[in-house]
Design a binder for this molecule. Sequence first.
Ligand SMILES: [Ca+2]
Ligand SMILES: [Ca+2]
Length: 402
Amino acid sequence: GGAHLASCLLGVLCSLWLWGTVAQPGTPAPTGQSPGVPQLQFRLAGYPRKHNEGRIEVLYNGEWGTICDDDFTLANAHVLCRHLGFVAATGWTHSAKYGKGVGRIWLDNVNCGGSEKSISSCQSRGWGNSDCSHEEDAGVICKDERLPGFKDSNIIENHVEEVRLRPAVSHANRPLPVMEGIVEVRRRSGWAQICDENWDSRNSRVICGMLGFPAEKRVNRNFYKLLTQHQQLNYWLHSVDCRGHEAHLSLCSFEFYKGNTTGACQGGMPAVVSCIPGPLFVDPGPARCGTLAPPSQRVRLKGGARPSEGRVEVLKDGEWGTVCDDRWNLVTASVVCRELGFGSAKEALTGARMGQGERRQRPGGPGWPRLASGRAQLGLGFRAPLPPAAIPVASRQGGHLP
Ligand SMILES: [Ca+2]
Ligand SMILES: [Ca+2]
């Protein structure tokens, strides 16, 4: 009863704009590479890192995802480093040392012997079954020695993480977030632009969501065309095709430019996006054009450390209640975040996180999974205490609740 209720509670952590510094122009960047398309594929990601280390990401079922650090071992890292074409691992990292990934957490509690040919032969909770957040993304450090015959040299940089808007006019120490500008994507060597051929408002919506804004608006493309005509540009992406509900640009489809990018994007210009801030962040003065309706009165976040995170509650027949859904994910969580005036969801949190919080009180108890090292840094994102009624009975009897 109680334990089941706890496992059903879900939460959300929304993108919220930061009082940002004004972006600097990008620096020249090397050329990008397209990822291949085999069934199971691996890559190293994150910043900062060397070519033989990083957050481990795996492509499964056509979706890139991460691996949780719970119970992680050097034997796991050996298997993963061989997937990446290295002879062995020299170490592994926990708690998103190379930054948090996005999208799926594909594997959790992985337990390899070390000699497996594939990570899918190792024990785990199964593909897509995890009680982790991206704060627990595992990384590997591989021995810088290639397996004989291994040719792939594209592992270093083949996907998108950080995105920013570079405003037309720079104002140092501007006390407002940048809401409009040229979309730039971070590369290892600097920032690069996106060719806006076939760009549409659904792409803009995803960019705004990532930056903590609930919606997008039209932009004066001609103004930016003139502005950027004589700027040195470093195009990296083109043919971006988001459906609009993605929580991160990396979850959209797009292409990387290959080889020499001089003359890239002849039929277009750098993608420019303009975002609308949520009602919570607009001066409550006279009504302004291009702002949104007040946030929903039927959904709220409770128990989070910040306004942008918490347990999702909905109002029905004058009563607030929680939501239970096994398939709670970034897409659905983003709907709630945007409805509340935030951007897309940074994490869709399930009740297991709270359940694990309870489990920490009872290490070794029957039926309670062992907690791996690295758990200590958990809680940076989501700290929703359970309401008394939802606390599992077993834990309540233990008398160790925070
Ligand atoms: Ca962990
Ligand atoms: Ca786990």
